[in-house]
Write a protein that binds this ligand. Structure first.
Ligand SMILES: O=c1ccn([C@@H]2O[C@H](COP(=O)(O)O)[C@@H](O)[C@H]2O)c(=O)[nH]1
Length: 271
């Protein structure tokens, strides 16, 4: 999906909500465990109930890899279901990959060609040659970790290196890489106070913003400092939406939570 198509969808749905599909078998309703593929059954119910409220879904691959071959099959079924039934919805493989060039090429092939995701999250630590194999794919996005939502972000990302914070160096340097138009960046909602400075460096790039809901980030603050004329934000909530209830009504409860966030987004987009 192109950036322009994503922007059109955001405007059409009046939503820049991304729902995280982080399926933990200990947290889903017990009756689903009887199904042949409980993870996919859960995802399908969540997608069916929420697809009109969001513009993106983000499965974090850890939650699938943790269940071995069955988990990977459930991930494949989920992305196939989305691409077949909701091709207008943007998909993010939150996999945080990145390695030497030839290995990164294989990661890119796995997520973009084999699974058919629109984007994948990538760690910038190994530098240009570890990221460019992802950027080589046309109409696919590479979402680079910039300033993450966790406390550990202060261990390295905000450290001053050669007179500038490391995360700012990631933003500045990555703009010079081949096909950098295919870049988006992760900035945690818990780091909203950094967004004004981030926007000075990357005024137009899309940001994937996890950390509202369970991690305590604030939607209004993120929008105040991070929104661009083309919105430029995908706000992710995972646990805050998908685990709204553990009863049989879990999908409706998730839709209610998603609707609350989408309602706030709709209001913000009016101004
Ligand atoms: O900085 C980051 C990068 C990625 N994540 C991921 O986003 C979701 C957040 O889930 P919640 O349940 O809404 O807290 C999860 O998959 C994280 O691994 C992040 O939180 N922060």
């Amino acid at each position: 999906m192109t950036t322009q198509q994503l922007i059109s969808e955001i405007k059409r749905k009046k939503s820049f909500l991304c729902i995280g599909l982080d399926v933990d078998l200990n947290k889903i309703p017990k009756y689903l465990l009887e199904k042949e593929d409980p993870i996919f059954a859960f995802n399908k119910a969540i997608i069916d109930a929420t697809h009109h409220l969001c513009v993106a879904y983000k499965p974090n691959t850890a939650f699938y890899e943790a269940y071995g071959i069955k988990g990977w099959q459930a991930l494949e079924k989920t992305i196939n279901y989305l691409n077949k039934n909701h091709p207008e919805i943007y998909t993010i493989a939150d996999a945080k990959r990145g390695d030497i060039g030839n290995t990164s090429s294989m990661y890119a092939k796995a997520f973009f060609e084999d699974l058919g995701f629109d984007s994948v999250t990538v760690a910038p630590y190994m530098g240009k040659d570890s990221v460019e194999p992802f950027l080589a794919f046309q109409d696919k996005h590479t979402i680079l970790l910039a300033l993450t939502s966790n406390k550990g972000a202060f261990d390295f990302q905000t450290k001053i290196v050669d007179g500038t914070e490391l995360y700012k160096e990631v933003l500045k340097t990555s703009k010079t890489w081949e096909n950098s138009r295919n870049l988006m960046y992760v900035v945690g909602a818990t780091k909203a106070e950094y967004l004004a400075e981030i926007r000075n460096i990357i005024p137009d790039s899309f940001l994937l913003v996890p950390g509202v809901g369970a991690q305590g980030g604030n939607l209004q603050d993120v929008c105040k400092y991070g929104m661009t004329k083309n919105i430029g934000l995908l706000i992710n909530s995972s646990r805050g939406i998908i685990y709204a209830s553990q009863d049989e009504n879990f999908a409706e409860a998730a839709a209610k939570k998603a609707e609350e966030l989408q309602g706030q987004m709709k209001q913000i987009l009016q101004f």
